[in-house]
Write a protein that binds this ligand. Structure first.
Ligand code: IMP
Ligand code: MG
Length: 180
């Protein structure tokens, strides 16, 4: 595994992200929603660095069906909090094709949110399949498969405190292990 961003670099990036969000919203109350499960670690670090009064909620979205390529997107809003008349900030680990944040942003507007913006740890420089772009980005990265700091391969590696690139050989052995 090759480390792409160290724990210290990640924390500096999240601090910078929080400052940009603070500067944008000021003291206005914000409804901050985690797109689970990938944003789990980022979310915990980010909300504690934001200064405005916050309401916090989660939405479950999954598009990676056990692999490294984007599959069918499933969104489960059963645990979602009320967003009607609220300024909403969606937080996700990574903007890849963009389908997840595009879809969930639309859902928030359908549920009556006053405004919807998006914050991500990583913006993958790849072919996006939607027109929207994330509003707040901590790091731009190349089109490689990364794990750690919340990001997974087959639900493994989320607990790594740093971000690492998973090589094709490591992808294969993780897949073999999880089948064993
Ligand atoms: P999008 O809908 O294609 O933008 O995909 C976003 C979701 O795909 C993220 O929330 C991640 O869960 C997952 N994803 C995309 N790229 C990676 C990666 O390099 N490593 C781990 N998960 C990824
Ligand atoms: Mg995810």
């Amino acid at each position: 595994m090759r480390t792409l961003l160290s724990e210290a670099e990640l924390h500096a990036g999240v601090q910078q992200l929080a400052s940009e969000i603070d500067n944008h919203y000021g003291p206005r109350p914000l409804t901050v929603i985690a797109i689970m499960t990938g944003s789990l670690v980022l979310f915990a670090d980010l909300i504690r660095r934001l200064s405005m009064p916050q309401r916090v909620g989660v939405v479950q979205a999954s598009s990676y069906r056990g692999g490294t390529t984007s599959g069918q997107l499933q969104v489960d809003a059963a645990m979602m909090i009320d967003v009607k008349g609220r300024d909403v900030l969606l937080v996700d680990d990574i903007f890849d094709t963009g389908k997840t944040l595009d879809r969930v942003s639309g859902m928030m507007l359908e549920h009556g949110a006053t405004s919807v913006k998006t914050a991500v740890l990583l913006h993958k420089l790849t072919q996006h399949s939607v027109e929207m772009r994330p509003d707040f980005v901590a790091f731009e990265i190349a089109d490689e498969f990364v794990v750690g700091y919340g990001l997974d391969y087959m639900d493994m590696y989320r607990n790594l405190p740093y971000l690492a690139v998973l090589s094709p050989a490591e992808i294969e052995s993780t897949a073999a292990e999880s089948e064993a």
